[in-house]
Design a protein around this ligand. Sequence first.
Ligand code: HEC
Length: 225
Amino acid sequence: MTGLDEPTFYNEEEPQPAPGAKESHAMFRIVQTLAAATTIALAGYATAAEPIENYELVEPLPAPDAPAAATSVYPAADVERGRYLVDLLGCGSCHTDGALIGAPNSARLLAGSRVGIATSDPLEKSNPGVVYPSNLTPDKKTGLGDWTLDQIVTMLQSGTNRHGVQALPVMPWMTYSRMHAEDAQAIAMYLKSIPPVEHKVPANVRPGQRATAPYIHFGVYRSKL
Ligand code: HEC
């Protein structure tokens, strides 16, 4: 697996972080813990040096319902179960545009988020790394159109994408890795059956680089007492 010191999950064409820029590994762990059960999120466009000034509190709404499947080549019972699991596991709370800031766009259900998620601590570092939840609809150009069922299952179970690159722990694949294979298959069949939506999400941003699309911070802080 790729170590967190080698952030190959960022697009290779993006500029490198400033020399000496260092990830906050602790924050990765915090994000990982919170990914499944977000309580508080801060939203902002600005760099993170002064969280109180540059951020505002957002109160995310429950994720919108997962979209209905179109006519599918896969068994209807599996597709329906996949939809149920996607609803249950809250995939849309990240992967639906706007959902992370409580303003889900119903024309872009599961079609990727232009609001990203910061991967470093706003109290420690301005210009955090940012990841943007991908388009999960079967659009060929911007979504999972070219992914096989097995590739989607592998992503859910191991966090490795079809290019063999480890996703950041922001995507809670560590939790999903406990899923039964048939459930992961059902999710994959459902995602391949929903209507394709063409929507390109912004490229992930390396720590130290300035994001040009908004992002939120998941965060809970432990008292030092
Ligand atoms: C807490 C937010 C969050 C939740 C919840 C979430 N994801 Fe993700 N997901 C992400 C992010 C962020 C990425 C991009 C990861 C990266 O670039 O390293 C991603 C990437 C993916 C990818 C890879 C797509 C690609 O084009 O590379 C798939 C497939 C995926 N998620 C499926 C799901 C499914 C299915 C669920 C629900 C069972 C889900 N995700 C829940 C945040 C989330």
